[in-house]
Design a binder for this molecule. Structure first.
Ligand SMILES: [Cu+2]
Length: 203
């Protein structure tokens, strides 16, 4: 083997090991939330999250949006990393309001505003589960949950969730649902592969 070829091969091995290391430090936590037969509509919009991960996590560069459209808050539930500012957008032709009676979120009332306008609120208390209401439309309701880290997921309509790229370690995984009992399980994320995890939530 000539010298050039040797160098090329060792460089390829070097690149390959870097690629493998990037994947070896984290894994996905994947599973399903199920409920009692008469509560299946609550499988969706369950927040599954890692309670505590070492480190400090910054809020996302772009503020997550809570929309008011067709007389509904969209999304129904919004998990955010502590310190996140949420944009409240009115997409309807009517005036909407946003307020919360919950102390952990500062009992704010942002007033009322028209279509296309955005007002904001910063969520800075980890563990705060607060409701959002509109004083113009009493049926409107949504929830914002403030978490320590960005390793969270909202279940789809069938209760499926995947929390991606969780650093290797031992964690408590918690679930939050607006109508069902909170639950938790311990998991170990290893350097290889996925962790399977299922929850059966009770009223
Ligand atoms: Cu409204």
């Amino acid at each position: 083997m000539n010298k050039m070829k040797k160098i090329k091969i060792s460089f390829s091995i070097f690149l390959l090991s870097i690629a493998m290391m990037a994947h070896a430090n984290a894994g996905d936590i994947q599973g399903k939330v199920s409920t009692e037969a008469n509560k299946t509509k609550y499988k969706a919009n369950t927040i599954v999250f890692v309670e505590k991960v070492d480190g400090n996590f910054k809020p996302p560069a772009k503020n997550p949006e809570m929309n008011q459209k067709n007389l509904m808050f969209i999304p129904r539930v919004l998990p955010v990393v502590v310190g996140t500012t949420v944009d409240f957008l009115n997409s309807d032709d009517v005036l909407h309001n946003v307020f919360t009676p919950d102390g952990c979120a500062g009992k704010f009332n942002l007033g009322s505003w028209k279509k296309g306008e955005v007002r904001t609120h910063k969520y800075d208390k980890v563990g705060c589960n607060s409701v959002l209401l509109c004083n113009v439309h009493p049926d409107m309701e949504a929830y914002i949950i403030v978490l320590q880290n960005p390793y969270f997921c909202v279940t789809d309509k069938d209760g499926n969730f995947t929390i991606k790229n969780v650093p290797v370690g031992k964690y408590t995984i918690k679930v939050w649902n607006e109508k069902l009992k909170a639950d938790s399980q311990e998991v170990i994320v290893k350097a290889s592969g996925k962790v399977e995890l299922n929850f059966n939530l009770k009223k």
